[in-house]
Design a protein around this ligand. Structure first.
Ligand SMILES: *Cc1c(COP(=O)(O)O)cnc(C)c1O
Length: 425
């Protein structure tokens, strides 16, 4: 099976580092070699061996309307015909920023378009440090906010320890500016602020954690973050790179009033586009108005902006969210029922259409809990899904993503494959 993918991976390794341009694509967490994709359309991917898969990765959540969605493809093609990059202002930048603001009426007053989620978060933190004249950032273990230096820090041993670099090449002095707390641990937040509150520039959080698998926030966790940051004069940054336009038109920010919001993935319609946005006062610290520097040759790229506009317009019109949720429910129910019959430990957190199957009996509230999943069982499950023609995320710590191109029969096919795969474990 997958002979061409295997051949291409051998070839790729001779020139691309590890054969990939982003590590999770290597299938390192599940063993074996990655599938090379030749083509995508609607809910499907085709690999180099012409095998067809139902796609549950959807470019890590980006492709919410399905691959090659007509109005997005047409908008991008029309933009390309007018030149691919200006390095200058153009009208559609205003329209996209307005549409983003309209989707976050309480949270977003100003927008800066950038090229990646990493860049959005990096810029948001720089703004927060400038706004507060403080250096420390609080993040939560298992939260992923891109690969820039200050947030590649993992938890130390205890609640109040400073972060240690989780990547080589990150200066210890940088990692030390990042305090890593357990997700959903309000007590740790209170303790940390009681001790260091006046030195903390910002708390950054995924309002629904999606990068340790899906881990929903507990009832008052996000309110507490808003309360405590306000009390100590720190900024609250919501990283909605995944959740923005994934669970509703707009995001989770509107209920919690963060100072800054990071968007990415969906808003670029499959092109490199992201945004840092938020309240006027901190945002206007950015150059050219303020002293926080940010720039980008391709920022607001006309092709990406056209695709983003078409995406948000289509999402607003179609409002696919209830449908997406129903399909996810069906898949998760199939997993839970089968695991119940088989006596296999399974915890399947789901919010909207986002879900993860953890192979553990304990409720998953944070990164330490997520680590209890049986990754060997997951690998078996994963390859079983691949063999059934389902492209499941190749790591137990990634969310599954559906698109509106998935028909009910695709969800049915996935649910059936999940049933067979868990039954065979
Ligand atoms: C994907 C992601 C990022 C990074 O975005 P890139 O475009 O890959 O740089 C940041 N935060 C969250 C929550 C993400 O899921």
């Amino acid at each position: 099976m997958a002979i061409q993918s295997k051949r291409l991976f051998e070839k790729a390794k001779q020139i691309l580092v590890g054969g990939v341009n982003s590590p999770v694509r290597s299938f390192g967490a599940v063993g074996g070699h990655p599938l090379f994709i030749k083509k995508a359309a609607g809910a499907y991917l085709w690999d180099a061996d012409n095998q067809k898969y139902v796609d549950l990765v959807c470019s890590w959540g980006t492709i919410i309307l399905g691959h090659g969605y007509p109005t997005i493809a047409q908008a991008a093609a029309r933009a390309i015909a007018k030149g691919t990059s200006y390095g200058a202002c153009h009208q559609n930048e205003i329209l996209l920023a307005q549409m983003i603001r309209e989707a976050f009426p309480k949270t977003i007053e100003r927008v800066r378009l950038v090229n990646s989620g990493t860049e959005a978060v990096m810029t948001a933190l720089r703004i927060a440090r400038a706004a507060t004249k403080r250096d420390l950032t609080v993040k939560f273990a298992g939260g992923y906010h891109g690969h820039h230096d200050s947030l590649l820090a993992a938890a130390g041993s205890g609640v109040l320890t400073h972060g240690l670099p989780s990547s080589a090449g990150v200066p210890e002095s940088w990692a030390k500016t990042t305090l890593v707390l357990p997700y959903n641990d309000e007590k740790a937040v209170f303790q940390t602020f009681a001790k260091l509150g006046r030195k903390i520039a910002a708390v950054i959080v995924e309002p629904l954690a999606c990068n340790m698998g899906v881990v929903p926030p507990e009832k008052s966790f996000l309110e507490t973050l808003r309360c405590v940051t306000k009390k100590y004069g720190a900024l609250l940054i919501f990283d909605e790179v995944i959740t923005g336009f994934r669970l509703q038109w707009g995001g989770l920010s509107e209920s919690y009033d963060p100072d800054l919001v990071c968007l990415g993935k969906i808003i670029g319609g499959g092109f490199p586009l992201a945004a840092v946005a938020g309240k006027k006062a901190p945002m206007e610290l950015l150059a050219p108005l303020g002293k926080v520097y940010h720039a980008g040759t391709l920022s607001g790229n006309p092709v990406a902006v056209a695709a983003g506009l078409a995406t948000l317009a289509a999402l607003k019109k179609i409002n696919p969210y209830a449908r997406l949720e129903k399909m996810a429910q069906k898949i998760v129910r199939s997993a839970e029922e089968t695991a119940g019959q088989k006596g296999i430990a399974l915890t399947a957190p789901r919010q909207g259409s986002l879900f993860t199957l953890f192979f553990t009996a304990i409720p998953v509230k944070n990164y330490a809990d997520a680590q209890k999943t049986d990754t060997r069982l997951f690998s078996k499950f994963f390859w079983n899904m691949v063999n059934s023609g389902i492209y499941w995320p190749p790591s137990n710590f990634e969310a599954c993503f559906l698109s509106n191109a998935h028909a009910d029969k695709d969800a049915e096919k996935i649910a059936n494959a999940v049933h067979r795969a868990i039954k065979s474990l």
